[in-house]
Design a protein around this ligand. Structure first.
Ligand code: ATP
Ligand code: MG
Length: 446
């Protein structure tokens, strides 16, 4: 069926231009020169809206807000002649699927429309799934890098092909593996996670393949391995590069013929599981260094690489919005200044780090608006308070706490009872923390 697209632009010539371009690509295209009039229609009949931002009467962002209320799943592309970062961020924050800066070429427009319609298909399929897991396993991000990534996931999800997911730590490799599973026909079958890096090698072998009673000291009962227990589903090998090369070759044999023989057993059984693995080390380097078997690498039909967060910063506002809801602070907002810092930061720990930062920040300053001073030190580049004696290594949470205490003390001019009151702890605890973190009033020091 032809996809139906609605164009809203106060400039009738722009409407016609888009209509022509898109009709040539076989879409059914309607136009309106006024957002209010468009809102009176049943827009659920459309697959995609393209709206100008600057319009007299109701502008594109307000229009988008109304759409989000009435038809939250309807994709909207905003068009703007003033392609500023702020407008873009605001548009994405409000739920636009993408945006395009005017003037644009017919080709740019075509590519974008196709991309958004594909993404819509992908999301539709995902939300039609029978299990909650699908909702849980939700990758967020509308950057072109992520959209490209979703497309790749969509292409391979249905097939039983083995997949190797590569990406820096915290980029969402496990989440991707779960998405692959929940979008596949095996979604109702088990999804078994094996943390290869966390289990000693000999134990890993018996966990994966299982063992028969009496096969080694301590094997006092028969044990079904994780591979067998994933029958019909997906086995997810996290940090696969951490497997010893010996175990790698044993696993390779399983991937070749799908057969499992329990340790100490005679019979082999055939197991149909899909193998998905993740690595945050550079797999090619591991191969070159002789730590990862090339023949095992070749057993992975598909390699997916998740882009690091710093390469898709436009996703940050949306991620934050969703995470604030998830963390139970649906009304919290990030001030524009704080957002600027968050957007400028490099995120070595990627999405997980972002999640941590929000968690810490909200825990220590559960205010409605997150300001730059609520963020951990590292976001402001320079350390504002001298460290006293050599401080013990601090966890990120401790660092955030220390930072919060410093800020509060500064604000209260080092009035400890006021500061304790603001922080919601008693004075004794505050004094203890001041000592623990080696804090000093700069003025008194001099
Ligand atoms: N695109 C994303 N959208 C929403 N949440 C995400 C996204 N990517 C990661 N997360 C969240 O960030 C956290 C880390 O994700 P995940 O565990 O999948 O990363 P990972 O790549 O496996 O990390 P590691 O290499 O450290 O094991 C999880 O809480 C996950 O829900
Ligand atoms: Mg992981």
């Amino acid at each position: 069926m032809k996809a139906r697209i609605l164009v809203i632009d106060d400039d009738a010539v722009a409407c016609e231009f888009l209509q022509e371009v898109l009709q040539r690509d076989g879409y059914d295209v309607g136009t309106f020169t006024c957002a209010q009039t468009a809102l009176k229609q049943n827009l659920a009949e459309y697959d995609l809206l393209m709206s100008d931002i600057r319009m007299p009467g109701m502008d594109g962002l307000q229009f988008l807000g109304e759409i989000q209320k009435k038809w939250p799943n309807l994709p909207v592309i905003l068009m703007t002649a003033y392609g500023s970062l702020e407008t873009t961020m605001e548009a994405i924050r409000l739920g636009a699927w993408d945006y395009i800066s005017k003037p644009f070429s017919p080709e740019e427009c075509r590519v974008l429309v196709k991309k958004v319609l594909e993404l819509r298909e992908l999301r539709k399929r995902r939300s039609n799934g029978p299990m909650e897991a699908i909702e849980e396993a939700k990758l967020i991000g509308s950057s072109s890098a992520m959209v490209e990534f979703y497309k790749q996931i969509a292409r391979v999800a249905d097939s039983p092909a083995s997949v190797l997911i590569e990406g820096e730590s915290g980029t969402g490799k496990e989440l991707t593996a779960r998405s692959l599973h929940s979008m596949s026909p095996r979604r109702l079958k088990p999804f078994v996670v094996v943390h290869c890096g966390a289990i000693p090698d000999n134990l890993l072998e018996s966990e994966l393949f299982g063992y028969e009673k009496g096969s080694f000291t301590g094997a006092d009962h028969q044990h079904v391995g994780l591979i067998e227990s994933a029958e019909g589903g997906t086995i997810f090998l996290d940090e696969i590069t951490e497997m010893s090369t010996a175990l790698q070759s044993k696993f390779l044999r399983f991937m070749q013929d799908g057969e499992v023989r329990r340790i100490g057993g005679h019979d082999v059984c055939h197991v149909a599981v899909r193998v998905v693995a993740a690595a945050n080390k550079n797999v090619d380097e591991e191969v070159a260094a002789g730590r990862f078997r090339l023949d095992l690498l070749y057993r992975f039909i598909v390699r997916l690489r998740i882009p690091p967060l710093r390469d898709r910063r436009v996703d940050i506002p949306l991620l934050i919005e969703v995470m604030l809801k998830k963390l139970g602070y649906p009304d919290a907002r990030v001030s524009p200044e704080a957002m600027e810092l968050l957007m400028a930061y490099d995120w070595p720990g990627n999405v997980r780090e972002l999640e941590n930062v929000l968690q810490q920040t909200l825990l220590l300053s559960p205010f409605v608006v997150i300001l730059p001073e609520n963020l951990p030190d590292r976001f402001r580049g320079k350390r504002e308070v001298k460290k006293g004696v050599d401080l013990p290594e601090m966890t990120p949470l401790e660092e955030a706490e220390r930072e919060q205490i410093v800020q509060t003390l500064k604000k209260t001019d080092w009035n400890q009872s006021k500061a304790a009151g603001i922080l919601g702890i008693d004075r004794k605890t505050l004094r203890m923390k001041i000592r623990r973190y080696g804090l000093q009033d700069d003025k008194q020091e001099n």
